[in-house]
Ligand binder design. Structure first.
Ligand code: GTP
Length: 335
């Protein structure tokens, strides 16, 4: 705290206070605030949800922003079933990413549940980041989702043009213009998650649009996803890597149990894989159980670094006919 310098009388100083270097106190305060702002000391935090058609790169972008694998990515559409949060901690703020499945027109009961989940999520976030892939023109699917966004007036809308590495400069520019015509976005940002291009800029822009406030999660947190959900997703992803048939829609993974062995440093995990048809079960198990053994090995390799110890993994493949259309089964499988 500044005191009146010896050469000045106290009452004079009180009328016109200066700091130790002779700068008027009021100005010094303003300058300090500006310095703090420049340093990023105004902290912001809030929720961001990435939306867009299936396969536009929402999960990959979430992972890239968070810097750790949290959401399942796959070259097949509609693989993100759960709302998964990733947390990006930056000097200027905390960005909590809510990864939603693509909004699409419901066809099955599962589709309707997914849409209900999307509605519930979007009603609650600070920013909706709508993703458009740079390598595909804006189409009816994008327009449909964009129209849905009017139902969430609370959220600030930002357009993210993804996969810029997969398109040439001219196409990226075309895409930016098409996107600009859709609505009055708070910001339009081109990025490449795969090429690590403009990710910091995107994070900074998003944080600038968040309300001021303290970190909502402890800083070391990157995901609050329950561990078993995370493990189930990893197993699901491993299975999807190996099959070319249309399995994603009819595949669900649940964990029955995770048991810490007392005699050894081993975590026992008992998982179930649900498919709809016997033929799908046969695909996953493979000839003489070969594919399932491979799935088990690769899943274990993915899970061990996360739990930090050796894993014993049991995977049982079960047929639950038409589970996507059966409300009771859906509930049992966690939807
Ligand atoms: N070239 C390129 N490919 C990308 C990029 N981001 C994602 N992809 C690919 O695009 C495909 C879809 O990515 P996801 O992140 O799973 O897409 P999503 O929008 O979450 O998909 P859903 O879960 O189906 O809604 C995957 O094959 C990714 O590898 C990128 O920046 N550049």
């Amino acid at each position: 705290m500044s005191r009146p310098p010896k050469s000045r009388k106290a009452h004079e100083w009180a009328k016109n206070p200066v700091d130790d270097s002779g700068v008027p106190i009021e100005d010094a305060g303003t300058r300090a605030a500006a310095r703090n702002r420049a340093k990023g000391d105004v902290f912001r935090s809030g929720f961001v949800s990435l939306v867009g058609r299936p396969n536009v790169g929402k999960s990959t972008l979430t992972n890239a922003l968070v810097g750790q694998k949290v959401a399942i990515t796959s070259s097949k559409p509609q693989t993100t079933r759960h709302t998964i949060r990733g947390i990006s901690n930056r000097p200027a703020g905390q960005l909590i990413l809510v990864d939603t499945p693509g909004i699409h027109r419901p066809r099955t009961l599962l589709g309707e549940r997914l849409n209900a989940l999307v509605q519930a999520t979007l009603g609650d976030v600070d920013i909706i980041g709508m993703c458009f892939p740079a390598d595909e023109p804006v189409g009816p699917g994008d327009r449909f989702i964009n129209e849905q966004l009017d139902r969430f007036p609370r959220a600030i809308k930002v357009a993210i043009v993804t996969k810029t590495d997969a398109a040439n400069k001219k196409h990226v520019e075309e895409r930016l213009l098409e996107v600009q015509d859709l609505r009055n976005w708070a910001s339009i940002i081109p990025v490449s998650a795969a090429g690590d291009d403009q990710l910091d800029l995107l994070a900074d822009q998003l944080i600038k649009l968040l309300p001021t406030g303290p970190a909502l999660y402890p800083e070391e947190t990157t995901s609050d996803e329950a561990l078993d959900k995370h493990i189930s997703e990893l197993i699901r992803e491993t299975i999807l890597e190996g099959v070319h048939e249309e399995l994603p829609h009819s595949l669900a993974v649940t964990l029955d149990d995770m048991i810490q062995r007392e005699d050894k440093d081993i975590l026992e995990i008992y998982a179930n894989v649900f498919v709809e048809r016997d033929s799908q079960k046969a695909i996953i198990i493979g000839k003489g159980g070969e594919r399932l053994r491979d799935i088990g090995q690769r899943s274990r390799a993915a899970i061990e670094p996360i739990v930090g110890q050796k894993v014993f993994l049991s995977i049982r493949v079960k047929v639950a006919k038409d589970w996507q259309r059966d409300p009771k089964l859906l509930q049992r499988l966690g939807f």
